[in-house]
Ligand binder design. Structure first.
Ligand code: UD2
Ligand code: MN
Length: 773
């Protein structure tokens, strides 16, 4: 202690003070340094986070760009996307989903005074005068529904037609009991005879006695002008509730496609499934969902909760709402055929057409009831549809199947264009005009909408990828595939351009009525379901027409896992038989590919009767249709379809010579590509063929023979594999049991059948060209 005191005395004290001070200074300095390091760190961190955010954003944008411009290859399934995917939904003026959800008014939906004139009368948009029953929720939704803001410069004739139609009915979903005035809708009776369809209309001309909702409530002033304010004040569900669309026109004779949508401000915006949104039902409903599933093979229970006139998001590519169509488009008859369709989906299908089609173009809707058995499709349906003068119901006495049911509808259609739709669809905004425009431009064009997906489980409306087209794979199996990249690049294709479509899906398309009948319509020998899409597709392309998918026309469809209705005969046999008819009439030498992909059994006439084809073959001749080879080369060139599996010389590895035809028998010669008698084909029917002669296995042990080719004969079939088989390069008879192989006999250069030996080189054969391994 004394020592310490001594140190702290005099100069020692100063030294100690300096020491302590520098320690304190150092401590402060370090703390400051640490603070500044933290600062720098956090600064760096912030920068990094920002940079990462930027990179993420960039990536996202790039992805979205790629997504929008280059569809992913997703194989054969219909590629779908949820509409809610950010950045994907490209909306035209009718619905803005996000705005709807934020309950914010969409300024673009406001009608400016200068926009309000149409055909001499003012279109109302005064929200204070909303109909009391139109409980629309938020400010946008509470906004007054606007009348159709007609394109000011639409040609007079169109305007008049439109006005007339609009003065009639804005079709809204209603309960039949609401309709005091409804009278029974006229029905056309159709007697169907076995061989085809005989149509009789006992009442002669069609008449629609029922007045429309708006006709009943229209109030006209002294000058005869419609007083829309009074009209809309005074009635529930005031309509028409058309979506707005801007009206500048660039050329005389054309107008911007009408984005009509009577559901753009739906009555109940909070309804289940509204705006095509997915619905997640509580687990407690599972049993009910399961119980009702089989009624339609989709979530019938849920469908019944969703409004039959729900809004769906406008999924068209942005440019679509700007595209121009002609003022004098042809009218159309929409034909729905159905068997035991679920009530709510059938109604939703019909409403979607009524609510989103320009009335002047929709001549009528024909519902062809293919002998349904369900009660709701009888009087209840008659009564409901009697509200809508444009809807006609045709009832088939016997089940005919969708092909002959469509023919029955077509036979009585009054529109210039037939538009076929399945009975569980929802047409999107602006769906009709782009289809009719294509027919208008060329009556031999057969346009199809993009078929979007309504989920069978949650009933949401899902988008599909761009640039998808319908194709087939062997044995005539329909599927979707993207347009090849090089075609998109070469043609500088935009997402809105029509897409050449080798095969249509079948359910949804428009066709000029006269042209449909010129083409011989459908082969009436096709039964119930399946294959008719192949038939009409080949017929259209090969006989001078074109099938297109029109990206600006979009229709949602419920794809079901199974057919929810019964087939009068076995389902598989029915479809196979239909396909065989198509193959026989249209595929020429390529029909081998159809049969060769698992349908050999159809060649046995004792097993299946595909019916008489004379008329169909005559029709093809009469129409001077092109060959299937032409179709493959010109319409579907990216389909790699060699007409034979292998061809050229057949080289025997042991003998080192080639098979040669001499008179009526086979022997071996030194291989010579130029010699015709050494040329053979190995066909899809597994025949070894030289012109009309085929190599036939004889009964076990007795060798082979050369006989006239006949696809139905099993003795002409030789199994051959170039790899992945113990018996690689062996020609194994499918006719003779116990694996008998074709073998070269070195002693006398002859040919015989011997038990197969994997290692025997005298049993190994090689063709000059192998197209399929
Ligand atoms: C697809 C087509 C469908 C048809 C079928 C092949 C789409 C969206 N759908 O199958 O239109 O081309 O391939 O044949 O491209 N129907 C009858 N009577 C019957 C059977 C069916 O009227 O005996 C009706 C049925 O109610 C429905 C329509 O025909 O409205 C099509 O049948 P589907 O929906 O079962 O066919 P889908 O979509 O599986
Ligand atoms: Mn369908």
């Amino acid at each position: 202690m004394m020592k310490v005191r001594r140190y702290l005395r005099g100069s020692g004290r100063v030294l100690a003070f300096v020491f302590i001070a520098s320690v304190i200074w150092l401590l402060f300095d370090m703390a400051a340094l640490r603070l500044s390091i933290n600062d720098v760190n956090s600064q760096l961190l912030r920068e990094r986070v920002n940079r990462e955010k930027e990179i993420m954003m960039l990536k996202k944008q790039q992805q979205q760009h790629v997504w929008a411009t280059q569809p992913k290859r997703r194989g054969f399934k219909h590629p779908v996307e949820r509409v809610t995917r950010p950045g994907k939904i490209q909306q035209s003026p009718s619905i803005k989903l996000d705005e709807v959800y934020r309950n914010k008014p969409d300024p673009k939906l406001e009608i400016k005074p200068s926009d309000q004139r149409h055909g001499g009368h003012v279109v109302k948009n005064d929200s204070s005068k909303s109909s009391s029953n139109q409980n629309n929720g938020g400010s946008l939704l509470g906004k007054k529904a606007v009348n159709l803001d007609l394109n000011v410069a639409v040609a007079n004739v169109t305007r008049k037609a439109l006005k007339k139609e609009l003065d009639e009915s804005p079709p809204l979903a209603r309960n039949p009991s609401d309709n005091q005035d409804s009278k029974t809708n006229e029905k056309v009776k159709v007697d169907v005879v076995k061989s085809g369809v005989k149509v009789s209309q006992p009442n002669g001309e069609e008449a629609h006695p029922v007045k429309t909702i708006s006709q009943q409530t229209h109030v006209r002033d002294a000058n005869g002008k419609k007083k829309e304010e009074e009209e809309e004040e005074g009635r529930p569900n005031a309509g028409p509730r058309w979506g707005n669309h801007s009206g500048a026109v660039r050329k005389p004779g054309v107008h911007k496609v009408l984005s009509l949508d009577a559901t753009h401000a739906p009555r109940d915006p909070h309804a289940v499934g509204q705006f095509g949104q997915a619905v997640l039902l509580p687990g407690s409903r599972d049993a009910e969902v399961r119980r009702r599933w089989d009624e339609g093979h989709f979530n019938v229970y849920l469908s019944d909760q969703i409004p039959v006139d729900r809004a769906v998001p406008d999924t068209r590519p942005e440019m679509c709402s700007q595209s121009l169509v002609h003022d004098d488009l042809p009218t159309t008859t929409v034909i729905f055929c159905f068997v035991d369709e679920v009530w709510s989906t059938l109604l939703r299908s019909v409403h979607s057409v009524l609510n989103r089609s320009p009335p002047h173009l929709l001549k009528e809707i024909i519902l062809v009831d293919d002998a349904s058995t369900k009660d709701h499709l009888k009087e209840q349906l008659d009564e409901y549809m009697s509200q809508f003068p444009k809807v006609r119901i045709i009832r088939l006495k016997e089940r005919q199947g969708l092909i002959r049911a469509r023919l029955a509808g077509a036979a009585v259609a009054k529109g210039e264009v037939l538009t076929f739709l399945d009975s569980h669809i929802e047409c999107n905004v602006g769906w009709l005009e782009p289809l009719l425009e294509r027919v208008y431009l060329d009556r031999k064009k057969v346009p199809c909408p993009v078929i979007e997906v309504i989920s069978d489980k949650d009933m949401s409306y899902l988008l599909v990828d761009n640039f998808q087209r319908g194709i087939f794979k062997w044995p005539l199996v329909f599927g979707w595939s993207p347009v090849p990249e090089d075609v998109i690049k070469k043609n500088n294709m935009k997402v809105t351009d029509p897409i050449r479509c080798p095969v249509m899906a079948g359910g949804l398309f428009s066709i000029d009525k006269k042209y449909f009948f010129e083409l011989g319509a459908y082969d009436p020998g096709l039964d119930v379901w399946g294959g008719e899409n192949m038939e009409i597709s080949f017929k259209i392309w090969m006989c001078g027409g074109e099938i297109e998918i029109i990206p600006c026309s979009r229709v949602g469809h419920i794809f079901r896992g199974q057919n929810p209705y019964k087939f009068p005969k076995d389902r598989q046999k029915t479809v196979e038989r239909n396909l065989a008819r198509v193959a026989e009439v249209w595929l020429d030498e390529y029909k081998d590919l159809f049969y060769g992909h698992g349908y050999q059994h159809l060649l046995d006439k004792k097993v299946i009767d595909i019916g008489n084809l004379t008329e169909q073959i005559e029709l093809r001749k009469r129409l001077k249709c092109k060959s299937f080879k032409w179709y493959l080369e010109n319409v579907f060139p990216d389909m790699d379809t060699p007409v034979v599996k292998a061809e050229g010389l057949i080289f025997n590895r042991g003998l080192r010579k080639c098979l040669a035809l001499q008179k009526d028998s086979l022997s071996f010669e030194i291989c010579d590509l130029s010699k015709k008698n050494q040329q053979f084909n190995y066909t899809w029917m597994k025949n070894i063929r030289h012109h009309d002669l085929c190599v036939a296995a004889q009964n076990e042990g007795s060798g082979f023979a050369l006989v006239p080719c006949d696809n139905s004969k099993r003795e002409l079939r030789w199994f051959y594999k170039t790899s992945d088989s113990a018996l690689t390069e062996h020609l194994i008879s499918e006719f003779v049991g116990n694996h008998m192989c074709l073998e070269a006999e070195p002693r006398d250069d002859s040919l015989r059948l011997r038990p197969c030996q994997p290692s025997s080189v005298f049993q190994k054969w090689e063709f000059t060209h192998h197209y399929v391994r």
